[in-house]
Design a protein around this ligand. Structure first.
Ligand code: MN
Length: 420
């Protein structure tokens, strides 16, 4: 038995202000979500899959007209012709209450109820698929709790749109614990909602395939679906297959290792070529970030605009039009000998010594923490939680921030070329 698990397709998701970017492949980006979905259907046909699962957020929101629905139906009909079924739950973006326009789906498509968990049994395949849709966008109940335990003698699959115990950058919808999922004793949990691909640890296969097509610079790298092969109630293989048509990447260039601008440009060029190879023929949208203390900093700062155009030209040349430079972040700083500066009898030297003395004093650190409490209240929640969170109550965190201050602020202060 073979099936495909995908999620978070966000079909026809609108572009966020891309038109204002110079040279953006707007029409390509606009068509990307449809093409990626078409790729999944092509894959199902080529692999002769038994069924496909869509674990929520198939649509990005209410249809502006019927075109999104019609496109989806045309793809489902391609599956129907060869007897491939599709099992779908609605997520927060395409919750029952959100989609006001409705069209009849072909008979091979099963949309799970939003009222309670539903189970579909296919005796021929020996499977039981359990699922429940979102009734409204902000579902905060644990939907998994009410899912039935496995039906013995069948391969059980749970389909659920969920944030699990919480995932950075994702609303905590339909939260549930991994223990609850384990307790159902299913063979596979097909999850959706989290756009980053993740195999959640455990004895069971609990998987977020990630979204199908990156939509902006925060969704970088390959995006796709999972192809699952099972035999006699056991999973044999789970493959992640990229289906995206346009890929977002960031290219990090450490300018501390380059002596001059030519070397910098060379680095960017080879970095772009490498990414292009990795993208296997896809169009690339790349953000370039230049960072580090560099002896080329003054030259880079002076010729920013020129460098920007040079990199765009480079992208056109080495990419045959397949690379679009979304943005270049200039974050280099001047090379400085901080130790020498620290000994100086001037405001800069005094500042460095002050930073270091605060770092060495528990009392100063806690005083500083007090002083910046106001700032803490203004921080958005996502910056205060999860990996890399900003914790202004932790003296060790403040100490590490002060090291960053020394590393980034001091070069800027003595850098006359960065003055307006
Ligand atoms: Mn979602």
């Amino acid at each position: 038995m073979k099936f495909i698990h995908c999620a978070d397709i966000h079909l026809d998701s609108p572009l966020r202000g891309l038109e204002k970017y110079e040279g953006a492949p707007v029409s390509e980006i606009r068509a990307a979500s449809r093409k990626a979905f078409q790729n999944v259907i092509d894959l199902a046909l080529a692999q002769n899959a038994d069924f496909i699962i869509i674990a929520g957020d198939l649509f990005d929101g209410d249809w502006p007209d019927f075109n999104s629905g019609l496109f989806f139906i045309s793809q489902m009909n391609r599956l129907r012709e060869v007897g491939i079924r599709a099992f779908i739950v609605r997520g927060n973006h395409d919750a029952e209450s959100k989609i006001t326009r409705k069209l009849p789906f072909p008979e091979n498509v099963h949309l799970f109820s939003h009222k309670k968990p539903e189970t579909i049994i296919d005796d021929q395949l020996g499977i039981a698929i359990h699922g429940q849709s979102f009734s409204h966008p902000a579902v905060t109940d644990d939907l998994a709790l009410a899912y039935p335990t496995r039906i013995k003698g069948l391969f059980n699959i749970g389909v659920l749109h969920t944030a699990l115990t919480g995932r950075e950058g994702h609303a905590r919808y339909a939260p549930c614990s991994i223990d609850t999922l384990h307790s159902k004793e299913y063979g596979y949990w097909a999850l959706g909602h989290v756009h980053q691909r993740e195999r959640v640890d455990g004895d069971t296969y609990i998987l977020f395939p990630g979204n199908l097509q990156g939509r902006h610079i925060k969704e970088t790298g390959p995006k796709g679906c999972s192809l699952i092969t099972a035999q006699d109630g056991e999973i044999e293989r789970v493959e992640h297959l990229a289906q995206d048509v346009l890929r977002w990447e960031t290219l990090e260039i450490d300018a501390s290792e380059v002596a001059n601008q030519d070397e910098l440009v060379e680095r960017i060029q080879s970095g772009l070529k490498e990414q292009l190879q990795y993208a296997e023929g896809r169009t690339l949208a790349v953000r370039v970030r230049l960072f580090g203390q560099s002896s080329a900093h003054a030259a880079i700062s002076r010729r920013r605009e020129h460098l920007q155009e040079e990199v765009r030209a480079l992208a056109l040349n080495c990419g045959n039009g397949d690379i679009w430079i979304e943005k270049i972040l200039f974050e280099t700083s001047q090379q400085v000998d901080v130790e020498a500066l620290a000994r100086r009898e001037d405001p800069i030297g005094e500042l460095i010594r002050l930073i270091r003395s605060i770092q060495g004093s528990e009392k100063d650190l806690s005083d500083l923490s007090e002083t910046i409490q106001e700032f803490k209240r203004k921080l958005p929640l996502e910056l205060r939680e999860g990996k890399g969170a900003i914790d202004l109550d932790d003296p060790a965190f403040i100490r590490s921030i002060l090291t960053d201050v020394e590393r980034t602020l001091i070069p800027q202060l003595i850098d006359t070329s960065s003055l307006p």
